[in-house]
Write a protein that binds this ligand. Structure first.
Ligand code: UTP
Length: 291
């Protein structure tokens, strides 16, 4: 059973500057909810009870968001805004939250290693705050099912355009069955000509705890950072790694285009906002044309 999830949230978020100069990238809202709340909701919907967030000095707002907000709750109670009160209270009650600091942004692999003591010796999930998933079954739940079936570490993958491979970790796959691969190795952000496939790692993982010993040993890789991809490549040769092509949509909200697309996706899920946006776009195109 997977009970614990690590959410690395100590990166600098330079692709969303200047929004992320003061506000943590994970707190940038998609419509009316901070990105990290969508991530926590996915984890909880997948059966996770303990959430371990890897933060840094400039990310205190994350901790505050998942804490009770006594003054706000008092005001909402006095005003009789009970629906809002419920909504606010439920945020801190979703799961048990734990925090660990990453003193320097030494890479995603290093951030995961920072959670070692809190995770202990059990398989655990990793969810990156950059990737938001939409679909019938939460992406993490799909991975957990595969882990329960195989007992091995699992990564989520998706097919990307050949020209896009240099933005991702890419797997060398050996087919097991439809949508499921045995991973022979991984390469972080390969050139198109060197990419072993067009199956890119998306930001959801279920990892066996032996990954921590590997992370202790891998030195800095691409960009001078301790890369999770390098550790996973070694894991393939030890306890093994499988890749699942998940069902659903993924938005890279750490990137401006992905962020706007995700905002539209969630806005359009709200009936009232939806009809308003369509009417707005109709007027917009009538005025500006489509060129
Ligand atoms: P990214 O490289 O996408 O995040 O790392 P970033 O560095 O914040 O973003 P840009 O590229 O500068 O815009 C993927 C995930 O790993 C976390 C990030 O917070 C993000 O969720 N991370 C990355 C850490 O926690 N620590 C690190 O040292 C690096």
């Amino acid at each position: 059973m997977i009970r614990k999830a690590v959410i690395p949230a100590a990166g600098l978020g330079t692709r969303l500057l200047p929004a992320t100069k003061v506000i943590p990238k994970e707190m940038v809202p998609i419509v009316d909810k901070p990105t990290i709340q969508y991530i926590v909701e996915e984890a909880v919907a997948s059966g996770i009870e303990e959430i371990i967030i890897v933060t840094s000095r400039s990310k205190r707002a994350i901790e505050d968001h998942f804490d009770a907000s006594v003054e706000l709750e008092d005001v909402l109670e006095r005003k009789g805004s009970l629906a809002q009160l419920d909504q606010i209270r439920s945020i801190s009650r979703m799961a048990h939250f734990h925090y660990v600091r990453q003193a320097r942004p030494l890479g995603l692999g290093h951030a995961v290693l920072c959670a070692r003591r809190l995770v202990g010796d059990e398989p655990f999930a990793v969810l990156l705050g950059d990737d938001v998933f939409v679909g019938k079954t939460p992406c993490l739940q799909q991975l957990i099912q595969v882990h329960e079936e195989t007992g091995r570490s699992v990564v989520a993958v998706q097919e990307v355009e050949e020209t896009e491979v240099s933005r991702y970790g890419v797997i060398r796959p050996l087919p097991i069955r439809e949508r499921l691969w045995d991973v022979e190795s991984l390469v972080e952000k390969p050139q198109v000509a060197e990419a072993p496939s067009n199956l890119a790692v998306a930001g959801r993982y279920v990892l066996t705890p032996d990954v921590f010993d590997i992370l202790e040993c891998v030195g800095p890789g691409r960009g001078g950072e301790i890369q999770l991809t390098d550790a996973l490549s070694l894991l393939c040769q030890r306890s093994g790694l499988v890749a699942l092509e998940f069902e659903g949509k993924r938005y890279d909200v750490g990137d401006k285009r992905g962020y706007v697309r995700a905002t539209l996706e969630f806005a359009l899920q709200d009936e009232v906002v939806r009809s308003d946006i369509f009417a707005f776009l109709e007027r917009y195109y009538a005025r500006e044309g489509t060129a």
